[in-house]
Design a binder for this molecule. Structure first.
Ligand code: FEO
Length: 404
């Protein structure tokens, strides 16, 4: 039977041997409309080495790609940079099949893999800064705890100047194009930002330290090989610069207005607030949670300085669509935001209080009093909404100026 899948050479000695998941649409709450890839890499060193693996159900695709280069039984080392199951799902089966001489992971990685799979395979821990000889080549490890799990690490292959960065610099984008220069810049930036916002954002302080750490090594990096999406070979400086920007989370003159509405009253308020913000020169994204996925909201918040949230009151609470996005946003810990709440109600009107409490828990600085209306907003209420928009705009301009 012919081998269906092929490896793709990414440097003199390294091949991409991952899998393309064209159909995945949900990644623990993050919607992935363009699917994803699980990248694994084969280093054709004296000791043939497999860097990471793929989700369990994609094992045959990975093996098929490996077979296009070498008999998988020739693999001597397997290295797990990150034990989350999209990269380790088929690892135990693969170890049984290949019987490599050694399997390496960070100390926390070994512990995590044992907790995930409860198997008895022997693994060797590698430490931060440690180098591993592959015979004619050498891999050097760097711990990158919390990007994206406590076990995570990068490794650097000096001979080919390749940095294997597991989740970092990745994106959920299924494609047959394997390199950054084969995909439009707009797609790369949008998908990388969406990935950062939905996966990496809470660990931004760690990202800044990791970027410093990589710079301090003096490693010359020609290829950046993440575990999802394209391999970076053209514009590495650009994605590193974007990571620096996203991780810094400096406020910008952009406001995100997010709301859910029952009978269009909260929607009218959102419109009035947005118009006033725009008139003051603030870039606005107006997102109705009746139609928008939470992943898109956090993508927009990544590059914003203000978050203004609205909801009708439903059964003494906020609408469930708003509860969903507020819970998701809280977990992703966007920083340096100012904000306010607004909403409509029929009789009891608790929504704005709940929203303000949630904003405070997210450490969003509330800079304007909430606007709430019973039933339908009249022109006086809409004028209050416009005033809220103008107050936010003034505060945002000050905040942006003080963060220049
Ligand atoms: Fe791609 Fe954190 O796993």
């Amino acid at each position: 039977m012919s081998n269906v899948y092929s490896a793709i050479k990414i440097s003199d000695h390294v091949y991409w041997v991952g899998a393309i998941d064209w159909t995945i649409r949900d990644f623990h709450g993050y919607t992935t409309p363009r699917g994803s890839t699980y990248n694994a890499y084969l280093i054709m060193a004296d000791k043939i080495t497999l860097i990471d693996t793929v989700k369990a159900q994609f094992k045959e695709e990975m093996l098929s790609r490996i077979k296009s280069v070498v008999d998988p039984l020739q693999i001597k080392y397997i290295i797990s940079h990150h034990s989350e199951m999209d990269h380790s799902g088929c690892l135990p089966e693969l170890i049984d099949m290949i019987k490599p001489q050694k399997v390496f992971a960070s100390a926390i990685g070994i512990k995590t893999l044992k907790e995930l799979f409860h198997d008895q395979h022997e693994m060797v821990s590698v430490a931060d800064g440690e180098s591993l000889s592959l015979g004619n080549m050498e891999l050097t490890f760097m711990e990158t705890r919390m990007i994206h799990w406590p076990d995570s690490m990068f490794s650097y292959l000096a001979q080919d100047q390749v940095l294997f960065s597991q989740d970092a610099f990745g994106m959920h984008l299924a494609s047959l194009e394997r390199f950054d220069d084969e995909i439009t810049e707009a797609t790369l930036e949008y998908e990388a930002a969406t990935y950062y916002a939905n996966i990496v954002l809470p660990y931004s302080p760690v990202v800044l330290k990791a970027l410093e750490k990589v710079t301090a090594t003096g490693w010359k990096i020609k290829i950046l090989a993440p575990d999802h999406g394209p391999v970076w070979r053209k514009d590495l400086a650009k994605i590193i610069e974007l990571y620096q920007k996203w991780a810094s989370q400096k406020p910008t003159a952009k406001a995100v207005v997010v709301y859910a509405t029952m009978w269009h009253s909260t929607e009218k308020m959102a419109g009035a607030i947005s118009e006033a913000l725009a008139e003051e020169g603030i870039k606005v994204r107006l997102l109705s949670m009746n139609e928008t996925h939470r992943s898109e909201v956090v993508y927009e918040v990544l590059s914003a300085g203000a978050l203004i949230v609205g909801s009708s009151t439903l059964n003494n609470n906020i609408l469930p669509q708003m509860a969903d996005v507020m819970t998701y946003l809280k977990g992703l810990k966007p920083a340096n935001l100012i904000g306010a709440a607004f909403g409509s109600y029929g009789w009891s009107g608790e929504s704005v209080r709940h929203l303000e409490e949630m904003l405070k828990e997210m450490k969003v600085e509330i800079v304007a009093g909430a606007v709430a209306v019973k039933h339908v907003p009249d022109s006086a209420v809409l004028a209050k909404c416009r005033e809220l928009g103008k107050t936010i705009a003034a505060e945002l301009r000050k905040k942006v100026a003080s963060n220049q």
